[in-house]
Design a protein around this ligand. Structure first.
Ligand SMILES: Cc1ncc(C[n+]2csc(CCOP(=O)(O)OP(=O)(O)O)c2C)c(N)n1
Ligand SMILES: [Mg+2]
Length: 562
């Protein structure tokens, strides 16, 4: 499949009239058993073609969107050297410089979405410098395409003006969905009044309703109004992925967050709900368990979808009731509605909250430093208005699952799963709210994507607490490799600096924390100092996810070969 797309190099003239060779080639990422596409073979064919072209050196930052290619590269590691980099901007620059030096195309592999975005600087450099460069970008599976799935970008449009050619594998198998959407969009394109009165009817007939809140357009009042509405009607409320701060996580109606690593009990509640009131959230891949919690295009649950964008209403899921409205006025109307007297579902909110609390009960973690306890300490010690910023990686799951975001805008986390966000976001937070405590929560991979901005924190005397959870690897990708390509670990190990010493070199304070009991005093010192401080947390490499060790994953993969 892929070989048919590795269609030669562009022969057009470059910006300055020179011959250039630059394409981006994308492929669907997953080898789902249902997929007719032989992905491993695709990866192999691609790598074989690179070898045929004489490629000996390539650069990458790994990503789950192109695991089959990484695995194919593993097999030829003695012939094709792969340099694993710390940020795609650096990787793309390296490939561009290689192209410039040798006159042969530099090769770089980056992941979809955020990886592709980071790489753009190298691609633009190659365009203006007329350097041969081939960028391989992961892409969401074609069965998810055009839903704005997680990390999905239309590369034809994104790179359209700076590359010579962009190609992509297409599978025209979702026509029914497109037709449904076309009808919906055609109808919703015409401006209409906003209707907010009907949910009452829908809720009156419900037995197992659930609210999912998320998206943008929230403010403190909207959050208060949502809480009022939920209390008055005894409704359980879940928050969408990385929008965990729109409903007080300590509230007795809070059911948990709907995202990566969802509480299975909450997932069951969503599946079993008969009415789903979704406020502000667009129902993307991360919030639907990869489009499995709801059926497309017609969900089993009666979907009441409140969203300010007409295009999002019915885009993937046809709602029973589509309400085109901004979040804040919608919540104001919901709060003002007469409550439903003695609803049949009363008790379900408390049950959902109990499941949420049970999901947070500590479990054993290998090694001397226990992140469950670390986040519990943050929960106890941080003031209620503290802001926590993070990027992407398994290290974030401890925070997302265990921290209880108490109020609006205490969470800064990228919905697009972008690495490198935690440091700059924390700097912005502290610059905007100097009086609030700000914690930047990073993995070792994530931190070094934009760790140089520590200098900015020091320059502006921003007393941020930077936490680096160091497992010596791009752990998330390693996890996928262990599951899908056990014992063929590649391009995910990292050799790290002494992060505490690095922080001190920047003029910040730095401490290394290698045991659980060292964390609370170190945090106390950081909170008291009010200076930029980095806490370098050395965790056991085995602790790759909250529920499983590397050995567990390996055992599972060997027991059930794909
Ligand atoms: C800009 C960007 N590049 C690549 C990825 C793919 N990716 C997702 S998580 C991850 C590893 C994160 O490593 P680290 O910060 O050390 O966290 P860990 O998973 O080890 O806890 C990678 C490479 C991404 N999400 N964003
Ligand atoms: Mg890591």
């Amino acid at each position: 499949m892929l070989s048919s797309l590795a269609v030669g190099y562009g022969s057009q003239r470059g910006l300055y009239g020179q011959e250039t060779s630059r394409i981006t080639l994308e492929w669907p990422p997953y080898c789902s058993p249902a997929s007719p596409l032989p992905m491993r073979t695709g990866g192999r064919i691609l790598v074989d073609n690179l070898l045929l072209q004489g490629v000996e050196l390539a650069f990458c930052v790994p990503g789950e969107s192109y695991l089959p290619v990484l695995d194919a590269l593993y097999d030829v590691r003695d012939r094709l050297r792969l340099i694993v980099c710390r940020q795609e901007g650096g990787a793309a620059y390296m490939a561009e410089a290689y192209g410039k030096l040798t006159g042969r195309p530099g090769i770089v592999f980056v992941t979809r979405g955020p990886g592709a975005s980071n790489a753009a600087i190298g691609i633009h450099t190659a365009a203006q410098d007329s350097t041969p460069l081939i960028v391989f970008v992961g892409q969401v599976g074609s069965d998810f395409a055009d839903r704005e799935a997680f990390q999905e970008i239309d590369y034809r449009r994104m790179y359209g003006s700076i590359v010579k050619w962009v190609a992509q594998i297409e599978r025209p198998e979702r026509i029914p969905e497109y037709v449904a959407r076309a009808f919906r969009v055609a109808q919703s394109g015409r401006p209409g009044p906003v209707v907010l009165a009907l949910p009452e009817d829908m809720l009156a007939a419900a037995q197992r309703p659930l609210v999912v809140a998320g998206g943008s357009g929230w403010n403190a009042d909207a959050c208060v109004n949502l809480a009022r509405f939920a209390e008055a009607n005894a409704l359980p409320v879940a928050c969408a992925f990385r929008n965990q701060d729109v409903f007080d996580n300590r509230h007795l109606n809070y059911a948990g967050d709907v995202g990566i690593g969802i509480n299975p009990k909450l997932a069951a509640r969503i599946r079993d709900a008969d009415v789903l009131l979704v406020i502000g959230e667009r129902l993307g891949e991360m919030v639907t368990g990869g489009y499995t919690l709801l059926a497309a295009p017609q969900p089993k649950q009666a979907l009441i979808h409140v969203h300010p964008g007409a295009d999002e209403l019915g885009r993937v899921y046809q709602p029973a009731l589509a309400i085109e409205a901004s979040v804040a006025p919608a919540c104001a109307v919901l709060a003002a509605m007469a409550p439903i007297a003695a609803p049949v579902w009363s008790g379900s909110a408390a049950a959902a909250h109990a499941e949420y609390l049970a999901w947070q009960m500590p479990r054993p973690m290998p090694g001397l430093l226990d992140l469950w306890q670390v986040v519990a300490t943050l929960r106890e010690r941080l003031p209620e208005d503290a802001i926590l910023a993070n990027g992407a990686g398994n290290y974030a799951t401890w925070l997302h699952r265990l921290y209880r975001y108490p109020r609006f805008r205490t969470q800064l986390a990228p919905y697009n799963g972008s690495m490198g966000y935690g440091v700059p976001a924390a700097i912005a937070a502290k610059a905007a709210y100097p009086e609030r405590t700000v914690v930047s929560w990073n993995g070792d991979g994530c931190f070094l994507m934009n760790g140089q901005e520590l200098a900015t924190a020091v320059q502006y005397r921003l007393g941020i607490i930077f936490v680096v959870v160091d497992n010596g690897m791009y752990g998330t990708i390693r996890m996928h490799q262990e599951r899908q390509y056990p014992a063929r670990v590649y391009a995910t190990d990292l050799v790290n600096p002494d992060f505490a010493a690095l922080a001190r070199a920047y003029g910040a304070d730095g401490e290394t924390v290698s045991r659980t009991d060292e964390f609370a005093p170190a945090l106390g010192r950081a909170l008291a100092a009010g200076r930029p401080t980095l806490l370098h947390l050395l965790i056991d490499r085995q602790a790759i996810t909250m529920n499983a060790t590397i050995d567990d994953l390996r055992r599972q993969a060997t027991a059930a070969p794909r």
